[in-house]
Write a protein that binds this ligand. Structure first.
Ligand code: AMP
Ligand code: MG
Length: 404
């Protein structure tokens, strides 16, 4: 029996599948039209259809000379015009060539461009070409990249710098996107205080709040920072009730089924509650439910557990609610640079780096530690029930894949 069969633990894929199904059932349908300046990180709600051919006209890919291939019979050709980018050429006079620069429109009648390095300019300013010219060489044909009516960016695309550049190249100055998900961040725990305050006995600084607020902003969410919530049932009820206009309440801490599970207690009373024990390490306990109809996701409090469960589960859930079609991170097979001798019951996400083409792990994998996560370039996935010898392949998920 493999570790995956351990009763009671929900496999990561199954948890993700459930979360995505719930996201699909509660999509954020409202859309807005935003300028390109405002569109970074947003999800496209209307596909971008090109109203242009791109390039809009044939142009030169090189600095050189444009000519009609058939005019080159071995006799040098005179230069009849000079065409700079941004100018309108006249039709090419038969038996001549045109000086032309990169991005300048090809004159009617020309069908090749020879790069300037390959020509000889005679004392009489006539141009001799090389022998091996091909029809259409160094010419960017009209519509080569995009034709009028092409769907260039489909619905569900997450917009980043490349997409914004592409939209700009088509002359689009506004795009229709889904509205941002409004996400409230709650940090629970009597022991928590904020940076800048003096640490008292038994207290620790709240790291999850900054971790999640910054991360959510990068994902294109609107963040409602709900601060620290004390371990108290009535305060928990009140805090949840005040967050009635958000798309998700994201809390950390207090999810291990114990005496201090006030989030669970509040949801049990006035909402719905699912307590999941995930086959994931770090990050076994996860709460999913709703309070008076508002979805609530309770992540484990240890910062590295928060990181892993947010990155692998909450992030795809939120992106899906905002309409994104690609929500899961890319991972790449890489050889392990370490030995994993103890097969676990849970899928382990190890804070790791690539060194000399192999995955090396940080010696401190404690779920409370962010320092090793900051050192790490990614998470190495070690499947439940598996051991690894050095050189065995594992999946490496770059941090950049989950952080953005
Ligand atoms: P809990 O799930 O509330 O029992 O928290 C598990 C561990 O994570 C405890 O050691 C907490 O002190 C710690 N923890 C919970 N929330 C935070 C937070 N926001 N920042 C840093 N550590 C936290
Ligand atoms: Mg706690």
């Amino acid at each position: 029996m493999s570790g995956c069969d351990q009763p009671g633990l929900l496999p990561v894929e199954a948890a993700l599948e459930r979360l995505l199904a719930m996201a699909d059932a509660a999509p954020i349908n409202q859309t807005e039209s935003v300028t390109l300046e405002q569109a970074d990180g947003r999800v496209l709600a209307e596909g971008l259809i090109s109203s242009l051919d791109l390039p809009p006209w044939a142009n030169s890919a090189m600095d050189g000379y444009a000519l009609r291939l058939a005019d080159w019979q071995g006799e040098p050709l005179p230069v009849s015009q000079r065409i700079l980018a941004g100018t309108l050429p006249s039709a090419l006079e038969p038996g001549t060539c045109a000086r032309i620069f990169t991005g300048a429109p090809l004159p009617a009648g020309a069908d090749v461009v020879e790069m300037q390095e390959n020509v000889q300019l005679g004392d009489d300013q006539r141009v001799s070409f090389s022998q091996g010219m091909r029809f259409g060489q160094n010419v960017r044909a009209q519509g080569q990249e995009t034709k009028v009516g092409d769907c260039v960016l489909p619905v569900g695309t997450r917009l980043g710098p490349i997409e914004l550049g592409l939209a700009a190249s088509l002359g689009a100055d506004r795009l229709v996107v889904y509205r941002r998900a409004r996400v409230a961040v709650l940090s629970t725990g009597d022991e928590l205080i904020e940076p800048g305050q003096v640490l008292g006995p038994g207290q620790i600084y709240n790291s999850n709040r900054r971790l999640l607020c910054a991360w959510l902003q990068r994902l294109g969410c609107e963040v409602i920072d709900a601060g620290i919530l004390a371990d108290d049932l009535q305060l928990t009820r009140d805090a949840l009730a005040a967050l009635d206009d958000v798309d998700l309440i994201l809390s950390t801490g207090g999810v291990s089924v114990g005496e201090a599970d006030f989030l669970g207690a509040a949801l049990r009373e006035e909402g719905e509650l699912a307590l999941w024990k995930l086959a994931i390490k770090p990050g076994k306990p996860l709460t999913f439910g709703a309070f008076r109809g508002v979805p609530v996701l309770g992540l484990p409090g240890n910062p590295a557990s928060t990181l892993v469960t947010f990155g692998l589960l909450a992030r795809p859930y939120l992106l899906r609610r905002m309409g994104a079609s690609k929500v899961e991170p890319l991972g790449f097979p890489m050889p392990a640079g370490f030995v994993w001798s103890h097969a676990g019951h849970r899928r382990e996400y190890v804070r790791a780096r690539i060194e000399n083409g192999r995955v090396v792990m940080h010696p401190n994998q404690s779920s409370g530690v962010l320092r090793s996560a900051s050192w790490a370039e990614g998470l190495a996935e070690i499947l439940e029930g598996k051991t690894l010898a050095e050189g065995d392949s594992l999946r490496f998920i770059p941090m950049s894949e989950i952080l953005g």
